[in-house]
Every structure is written in C-alpha cells, then in structure tokens.
Design a protein around this ligand. Structure first.
Ligand code: ATP
Ligand code: MG
Length: 265
C-alpha cells in the first residue's frame, strides 16, 4: 500500500489512486472529452455528474480502457493508476480491467448460474487453485455484495432469474471477485426501484473501505448520499471537482450552480 501523503490547505490527502492529465477523447472528429485533469482519491467514492451527453460515461471508460473496444474512439493524454500509465503499450487491457472493474447501468449477468457468474473472473485469471478456494471466493464476494443470504440456497439457479436489484448486486459481486482496486459504476441504480437503489447505495458506502469507487449518476441526491468527492462535467469539460458538500453548497462555477439548481440538464 502507498502510505505517502501530501498536505494541502492543512488537510492531509493520501496519494491519489488515479491521476488523469490532459485527457482528450475523440469519436472520429467529435471532441467528446476536452483536456480533463483530475485526481481521484483512494478508498473513497467520487461521483461524476452533469447533463446528458457531457461525457461522463466516455471519461469513466477511459479509466479502464473500455473505449479501446470502440473503433472510432481515440484517447490522448495520460491516465496513471498508482503512478503507472494505463495506456502504456505494455499494459494488458484484460489485466487492467481486472484491477479496474466495471458495473453498468443495466444489470448484465452472464447467462450462467449465480455461482458461475461470480466464479468466472477468478477462474479465467487463475486466482484460485482448487474448487474449495473458488467456493470461498464466490461466497465471500456474494457476502461483500450483500447478496449471500438471498442466494446461498440457489447458487445453481440462473443469474438472470434474480430481481433487477439482485442482478445488479450479482454484477457487483462478479466485479469484486477478481479483487479489483477500483470499481467504475455507470449509473448502477438507474434501472432499480428505490428499495434496491438504497441497498446498492449502502453497499457502495461499505465498499469504499476497501475500493476506490467512481460512480456516474444523474441523481444529485445519490451523489450527495454516496460520494465524498464530486466532479461536474459540461460539454466535455470537467468544470469543477471537489468535496461533495462544497460542490453542492458552494459551487465555484456558474455552470455547476445552474446544473445543481436544476436550471439545465
Ligand atoms: N460510441 C460512440 N460513438 C460516437 N459518439 C459517441 C459514442 N459514445 C458517446 N458519444 C458521444 O460523446 C459525447 C459524450 O457521450 P457520453 O455517453 O460520454 O455522455 P454521458 O455524459 O455519459 O451522457 P448520459 O448522461 O446521457 O449517459 C456525446 O456527444 C455522445 O453522442
Ligand atoms: Mg452515460
């Protein structure tokens, strides 16, 4: 673990987990992310907010090179995780995505059993030596995702047979199973009802003890509830980033002010 720290305005910060410098993203000619610089703190939740189309998902995907899978997409600038440039040609994107996991808007369990959904990652990455160890990882991941009690008697049942909120927690268990360090979540609650949303939010709050979490959300209440830091994007620019409470009570930029007071978006 990196224990070095720096001091800013009398507040001690841990070394950032992720540092993005001068990041540009293009889809063909379209300049979707413009010159974004941001530092993301470890073991905390950072929320990305902003109007539809401002680039939240695009920027989130730069953090584990998911944009590599989009043909017309081009990324420039540097993204360092623990000081390592993840766009360096020697970085294997598959390994990177194990370290930087992702949970999507629509729960997307594999068409496999609950057990196999969670076991898949550890198996392809060779993280366990035998069935007993794999069983242990599956149950620990489901427990961390707050789903174990609901599924322990039906591990062989299909993942797609769960409710939407359970499926999303299964996807979180699947992400956790490969022991990632960072979890990216793109509107993970937007397909869930308020009760399932509350469960996932509670889970996010617990997970931040061990993971660095970045969550895209359209709900300012959700950002306020779950995040410690908030970044506001507008037309491909990162307008401002700061402590969530400051962004919501004392934004520095008029565009942030307009957005959080509901004037656009
Ligand atoms: N695969 C793609 N091909 C071409 N353009 C894209 C692609 N994905 C996103 N864009 C464009 O990039 C810009 C940013 O899109 P992005 O999906 O990142 O926005 P967003 O902030 O996540 O929006 P939303 O809140 O609606 O999800 C938009 O103008 C969008 O049309
Ligand atoms: Mg999006």
């Amino acid at each position: 673990m990196n224990v070095s720290a720096n001091v800013e305005n009398g507040v001690t910060h841990a070394e950032p987990k992720i540092v993005a410098q001068k990041v540009q993203v293009y889809y063909g000619d379209k300049h979707a992310i413009k010159d974004v610089d941001i530092k993301i703190q470890p073991r905390s939740v950072t929320a990305f907010i902003g109007p539809s189309g401002c680039g939240k998902s695009t920027f989130l995907r730069t953090l584990n090179r998911m944009n590599d899978t989009i043909d017309i997409c081009r990324v420039e600038g540097d993204i360092l995780i623990d000081g390592e440039n993840i766009y360096d040609p020697k970085v294997d994107p598959v390994q990177l995505r194990a370290k930087v996991g992702m949970v999507f808007q629509k729960p997307n369990p594999f068409p496999k059993s609950i057990y196999e959904n969670v076991a898949y990652g550890p198996r392809i990455h060779g993280l366990t030596r035998n069935k007993a160890e794999l069983d242990e990882v599956v149950s620990a991941s489901l427990q961390k995702a707050g789903l174990w009690n609901e599924v322990k008697d039906r591990l062989d049942g299909p993942g797609t047979g769960l409710s939407g909120g359970q499926q999303q927690r299964l996807c979180i268990a699947r992400a956790i199973a490969v022991s990632p360090e960072v979890i990216l979540m793109d509107e993970p609650c937007s397909a869930l009802d308020p009760i399932a949303t509350a469960k996932v939010e509670e889970l996010i709050d617990e997970l931040r003890a061990n993971f660095t979490i970045v969550i895209v959300t359209h709900s300012m209440q959700q950002a306020a509830r779950v995040s410690q830091r908030t970044a506001f994007f507008h037309l491909g620019n990162l307008v401002e980033e700061g402590a969530t409470q400051d962004i919501f009570t004392n934004p520095q930029d008029k565009r942030t002010q307009d957005y959080i007071t509901g004037r656009f978006g």
